[in-house]
Ligand binder design. Structure first.
Ligand code: SF4
Length: 304
């Protein structure tokens, strides 16, 4: 068992990088490498080896070396957590940052922590994930018609990145958004930090945001139009943090309502018992995978 971060290309499930992947060592290099990535695969590889924020690099690697007592026999990922999910998503889920012993341990966003337990259970009920739990990068979990990203890709101390770290990481998200914009219909923004950070990203990706910008709230919505003229819906959602779920600020029903709304907007009204009523235009890849999930739920019921 190796203490400390995983070496790129050393066999970690889903590791997008290899030893030759270029490393950004300052914000200017983040901008350059994000803008120069030729594909989503190349972009996520570059994200996953970034070292542009000294404080966050120190923290993520220290956590990976020391480890929590309950995970002391596990290898930690200890690197930036790249975007994950479908390459042509209809729904993009944007969070704050990986948790020190969650995404920073498993290498996959919202995987292996309590927030993720709550979130993935809801995504599964809503037809956006293939399994109700997400525990490791090798668990076979899949997002369906969806993709998941963090605003800041490294675990920050106290879950609080600085404004400078947020700004340094923005080009990774901007580039990812541009690459999936053609299929995208909905962005679900988990928490006020991601909501605030996203406006700059959206403008950089060619979306015209409303003026004035709507304030963050659970269920807040804003409609945006891409440079190509496509409509996109932005939905605010309270972050499913342990504090929010324990205190009842976020409940299962509240989360389910957000993802039902997102899924319904992305593919048109959908009967989750299996009879799809109407499908609006969206990318064939995204809509077909969402429809497939709906059929799978129906088939599950038939066989039970
Ligand atoms: S937070 Fe973003 S920009 Fe900073 S080191 Fe991590 S991946 Fe790089």
């Amino acid at each position: 068992m190796v203490a400390g971060p995983v070496a790129p290309g050393s066999g970690w499930p889903g590791d997008p990088a290899d030893p030759g992947t270029p490393v950004a060592r300052n914000p200017a290099e983040v901008r350059e490498l994000a803008a120069g990535a030729a594909s989503l695969a190349e972009l996520t590889a570059r994200q996953s080896v970034c070292r542009a924020c000294p404080r966050l690099v120190r923290w993520r690697e220290e956590v990976a070396a020391v480890r929590r007592r309950s995970f002391r026999d596990e290898q930690y990922w200890g690197r930036p957590v790249p975007g994950w999910g479908e390459r042509a998503p209809a729904v993009l889920i944007v969070g704050l940052a990986p948790a020190a012993h969650g995404g920073n341990r498993t290498g996959r966003i919202f995987t292996g922590d309590r927030s993720g337990d709550f979130l993935f259970a809801s995504l599964y009920r809503s037809g956006l994930a293939s399994q109700p739990a997400s525990v490791s990068a090798a668990d076979g979990q899949r997002l369906i018609g969806a993709r998941m990203v963090a605003t800041v890709r490294c675990a920050p101390p106290g879950n609080k990145p600085t404004p400078g770290e947020r700004d340094a990481c923005v080009p990774w998200l901007s580039a990812e958004l541009r690459m999936v914009a053609a299929s995208l219909r909905v962005i679900v923004c988990l928490g006020g930090f991601a909501w605030q950070a996203l406006w700059q990203v959206l403008e950089g990706a060619g979306y015209a945001p409303p003026r004035p910008r709507p304030a963050f709230a659970h269920g807040a919505e804003a409609r945006l139009r891409s440079a190509a003229g496509a409509d996109m819906l932005l939905i605010g959602c309270y972050h499913p943090s342990q504090q929010n779920t324990f205190t009842g600020r976020v409940t299962e029903n509240m989360l389910d309502a957000i993802f039902a709304r997102a899924r319904g907007y992305a593919v048109g009204p959908v009967d989750l018992t299996g009879s799809r009523r109407s499908i609006s235009s969206t990318s064939p890849a995204a809509s077909s995978s969402l429809i497939l999930r709906s059929r799978t739920k129906r088939d599950d019921r038939k066989s039970s």
